[in-house]
Design a protein around this ligand. Structure first.
Ligand SMILES: Cc1cc2nc3c(=O)[nH]c(=O)nc-3n(C[C@H](O)[C@H](O)[C@H](O)COP(=O)(O)OP(=O)(O)OC[C@H]3O[C@@H](n4cnc5c(N)ncnc54)[C@H](O)[C@@H]3O)c2cc1C
Length: 206
């Protein structure tokens, strides 16, 4: 571990990895931290953009799009699939879409962004169903990527998923690894597979 006190070696029976995440990027869209930014920039735009294009109709894009819309921006949301709020109940997502539209958000679904650039101080986006869409700012909100690449996990037996996630089991339970004197055992043997005990309400017979 590198620290302000120099290289340190710590030993522990248990290690909690809680390094958080960062905004995922989109091929073809170069973030400049200004006109093209993520939720980090969208939390503190210096002025209300005239036209904000949000790429991605997940909860972060919609939350921030809705905030800037209510502050006076025209907001267009581009979404790759045919619905908003992927992963959420589809009836609730359909109702949420109506509410956001009432607020003034415009949605272009099935709209895959293929390229984006800054031209004469304006952002120009090319997307299926949104040819050459001009915008004053673009918020890229296409998900989050885990901060695992600087952890130097290569030396230990954790095989990361292709997007960098550390595997956990289907109950989101933690990965447990046993440290032995000769090293570490295989993580596959250390999944906690026992289901949690069912909780039942105590009955007093009444
Ligand atoms: C725009 C936005 C809105 C959100 N709104 C909500 C909301 O309304 N409600 C809600 O519940 N959640 C919300 N979230 C999610 C919430 O912010 C996260 O779930 C939460 O911050 C995760 O906490 P964490 O401790 O796992 O990670 P983080 O808060 O990201 O902390 C991780 C820490 O690890 C450090 N770190 C990274 N790599 C290393 C390393 N190699 N070595 C040492 N340290 C490292 C980082 O510097 C950071 O300090 C929102 C997120 C965003 C982006």
């Amino acid at each position: 571990m590198d620290s302000e006190k120099g290289a340190l070696e710590l030993k522990s029976k248990h290690i909690l990895i809680a390094t958080g995440s960062k905004p995922a990027t989109l091929p073809g869209v170069e973030l400049d931290g200004n006109l093209f930014g993520t939720s980090t920039e969208a939390l503190s735009y210096p002025e209300v953009p005239k036209h904000l294009v949000v790429i991605g109709a997940g909860y972060i894009g919609l939350e921030l799009g809705s905030v800037w819309s209510r502050l006076g921006a025209k907001v267009t949301v581009l979404e790759f699939i045919d619905r908003i709020l992927p992963g959420m109940d589809s009836d609730i997502a359909a109702e949420a879409k109506k509410l956001f539209e009432k607020q003034g958000l415009e949605f272009r679904l099935k709209s895959k962004v293929t390229s984006a650039k800054v031209e004469n101080g304006q952002c120009k986006l090319n997307a299926k169903a949104a040819n050459e869409l001009p915008a004053n700012r673009v918020l890229v909100a296409v998900g989050r990527a885990p901060n695992t690449e600087k952890l130097a996990l290569e030396g230990i037996p954790i095989e990361l998923h292709k997007k960098g996630f550390i595997p956990v089991n289907e109950r989101s339970q933690r990965l447990q690894m046993e440290f032995t004197q000769s090293g570490m055992s295989s993580p596959a043997r250390c999944w906690r597979t026992k289901p949690r005990k069912k909780l039942s309400l105590a009955s007093n017979g009444s």
